[in-house]
Design a protein around this ligand. Structure first.
Ligand SMILES: NC(=O)c1ccc[n+]([C@@H]2O[C@H](COP(=O)([O-])OP(=O)(O)OC[C@H]3O[C@@H](n4cnc5c(N)ncnc54)[C@H](OP(=O)(O)O)[C@@H]3O)[C@@H](O)[C@H]2O)c1
Length: 344
């Protein structure tokens, strides 16, 4: 097994490997993954030392959780995070795996948001049953905030705060049912707001601290350092572009849609520097976020055993310091972003 260093999650006493596994893909995100391929992907990840898996009820309306649980049930040292905020109601009208909310899942459920005290306790219980495990290590409040909810955000915020959602999570942590909790979101502002209301062990921040954008350095990361809150980096490729690069005929994804021209231009500039130093873009994307001391783990989206092998190879790439220094001196990464140490 590859040795992947572990890092702590806040003050929970829990540690996670710095390279983890994002299991949205195993809910059949955009395209179906067979049960056998899903299992092979997680088995390969475990063998490679990626013993932290992040899933959610939303990922294929329970499909990702079922697959993750089946593979991790007898792996006591593996760490599982899942999410709360969406309940799955039975829906007999579902008879095939045509795409719904981006997922090609045949699971006969309809999603309903619920961030209230009872909704969160129910979501935790449902996840335990779907995963078929005795304990979930980390729970993230999934997608609270305006990025997903728009004008409805205030109502869900009330459920989470005055409606007792955060109290339910604190209760689960206090009684030892979970090791810790936080939020899992694609936006910065709501992280700062939730941190005013509760002590978070970790924030799963997707796409907002990457090789492409570092606004999280302004207010969020200092607040996390002060509060003892760790960061788990979701969407380290900004949903695709930092993995695929810009030189391809297919759609280039940024934030789950086609990449806009300013983003393409910035990635082209980073690619030019990467070419000069013979660095692979996704290798740089993984190494860059891991250089920040608040980051506990980076969890790229992985959907196959082949992708596990490829990801470990990218993670192992020795990247010369001159590459990082050129990115910094040309303003392609912020001057205050920590740079990875040079290879030994
Ligand atoms: N709100 C939240 O809590 C939240 C939001 C977003 C993400 N997350 C977490 O973060 C994880 C990762 O995020 P993500 O999947 O959205 O985005 P991501 O990791 O930035 O990008 C995933 C995309 O990159 C492609 N890819 C991955 N490795 C590649 C490689 N080596 N070469 C070429 N393409 C590659 C994948 O393609 P293929 O499909 O072909 O493999 C997939 O389309 C999720 O699974 C989830 O656990 C959480």
């Amino acid at each position: 097994m590859t040795v992947i260093p572990h890092r702590p999650i806040g003050r929970t006493g829990l540690t996670v490997p710095e390279l983890g596994f994002g299991a949205a893909s195993l809910g059949n995100l955009y395209h179906p993954v067979s049960d056998a391929d899903a299992r092979a992907a997680i088995d390969a990840a475990l063998a490679a030392g990626l013993r932290y898996v992040d899933t959610a009820p939303h990922y294929g309306r329970g499909l990702s959780e079922r697959r993750v649980g089946d593979a991790l049930r007898l792996q006591p040292d593996a760490v599982i995070s899942t999410k709360v905020g969406r309940l799955m109601d039975p829906d007999p009208s579902v008879t095939d795996d045509s795409e719904r909310d981006g997922f090609r899942s045949p699971m006969p459920f309809r999603m309903r948001y619920d961030y209230s005290h009872d909704g969160i306790l129910r979501s935790h219980e449902h996840s335990l049953q779907r995963l078929g495990v005795a304990k979930i290590d980390l729970l993230y409040v999934h997608d609270i905030g305006g990025y997903v909810h728009g004008e409805a955000a205030d109502g869900y915020w009330q459920q989470l705060t005055t409606g007792g959602g955060l109290k339910a999570l604190a209760r689960l942590r206090d009684e030892g049912s979970i090791a810790g909790f936080g939020i899992g979101v694609n936006e910065i502002a709501v992280c700062l707001e939730v941190m005013q209301e509760a002590r978070l062990d970790a924030i799963l921040l997707a796409g907002r601290y990457t090789l492409l954008e570092q606004d999280a350095l302004d207010a969020l990361f200092p607040a996390c350092a002060a509060a003892g809150t760790s960061i788990v980096i979701g969407g380290p490729y900004n949903s695709g572009i930092l993995a695929t690069g810009t030189r391809r005929a297919d759609t280039i994804h940024y934030d789950y849609g086609p990449a806009p021209e300013p983003v393409l231009a910035r990635v082209r500039a980073i690619e030019a520097v990467a070419d000069r130093h013979k660095v692979r873009l996704p290798a740089a994307a993984l190494a860059f976020v891991l250089a920040h001391p608040l980051v506990a783990s980076v969890i790229p989206g992985i959907g196959s055993a082949a992708r596990v092998a490829q990801t470990v190879d990218l993670y192992r790439e020795a990247i010369p310091l001159a590459f990082w220094e050129e990115l910094r001196s040309t303003g392609l990464v912020r001057a205050d972003a920590p740079l990875p140490a040079p290879p030994r």
